[in-house]
Design a protein around this ligand. Sequence first.
Ligand SMILES: *Cc1c(COP(=O)(O)O)cnc(C)c1O
Length: 401
Amino acid sequence: MRGDGFVSEKLATFLEQNITELKQKGLYNVIDPLQGANGPMITIAGQQLINLSSNNYLGLATDDRLKQKAKEAIDQYGVGAGAVRTINGTLELHIQLEEKLAQFKQTEAAIAYQSGFNCNMAAISAVMDRHDAILSDELNHASIIDGCRLSRAKVIRFNHADMDDLRAKAKEATQSGQYQKVMVITDGVFSMDGNIAKLPEIVEIAEQYDLITYVDDAHGSGVLGKGAGTVKHFGLSDRIDFQMGTLSKAIGVVGGYVAGKKQLIDWLKVRSRPFLFSTSLTPADTAASLEALEILMNSTELVDQLWRNGDYLKQGLKKLGYDIGMSETPITPCIIGDEQQTQTFSQRLHELGVYAKAIVFPTVPRGTGRARNMPTAAHTKEMLDQALSVYEQVGKEMSII
Ligand SMILES: *Cc1c(COP(=O)(O)O)cnc(C)c1O
């Protein structure tokens, strides 16, 4: 053992060099633990802040109805599911959740996973292999990128939302005769920019070239299509093979899922590795997710409130002169650019009581650092007004607006 506790000199050097470098470049992320719930206001180190960084779009993470269902599920089933789904970790609750998800997405069936990230790991590689190719938008989420890698299919990136580029690459891939199957995969709503995928054109290209269609709707579900998601928003429910989503954002809990044709879901249940080899969702998470879907399917009240708040903040930031990029949904970035300046900007917001986390490389491309704002249904107009006044002060102070 070395004096610093590492066994390996190589590991010690690797960590020391890389952490120092990240810190010098302003890329070293510091984590702020919350003292309490992740609601519209949060407390960090004793300071109350307006929270513009959570994915809890509808405020459901702290909803009393969900909490009640989670408690009842713990009393009835305990805290853990006890096994992987395919041994005996499938509770009736899981089946109810999957049936509800299928209704929610208007598909024949659905399969639930332990997270959205592991869902993408699971589902892509269950269907695609080294004889196949995947056309992937260059701004797709990290879990899609990793899921594609895991499948060992050839990954062909197309320029962000560039349908001419996608069409050309789809044509080339399918006509080369090199690949058995070709998939096109995209975020429904892009999480760092808040723009919506051009699904009608993607579907048209897919139908022309016989592509498998896969939409990751982590940020669209509970937000677009009166809550049902981006695919529903465009009326394409029967033309997308994989409607992937997460239970951790608008749904407010944790977990992931794919909704689609029954045969596809049957295949995922026998072939996707996290379903076979990782313990199923806890009873509390499953019951709370079910309740959230119930709420969403019965009323658009929370979704409507989310959009009112989103539009209000977006218009306010725009009026102040911020560059909000391509945003068309409640996700509203204020693009600052330089990484170091972005960190300083976000830090200054924090000092003045607004939590809008700096998002920098590698989460977004270099030179496009931003403070990303996620207004939710739970924010009040007073909170948003206060946030806007802080944005005005800091923007002027730093000569950004
Ligand atoms: C957040 C996110 C995921 C991962 O979902 P989790 O449930 O948090 O693991 C996957 N895809 C996209 C586009 C996301 O934004």
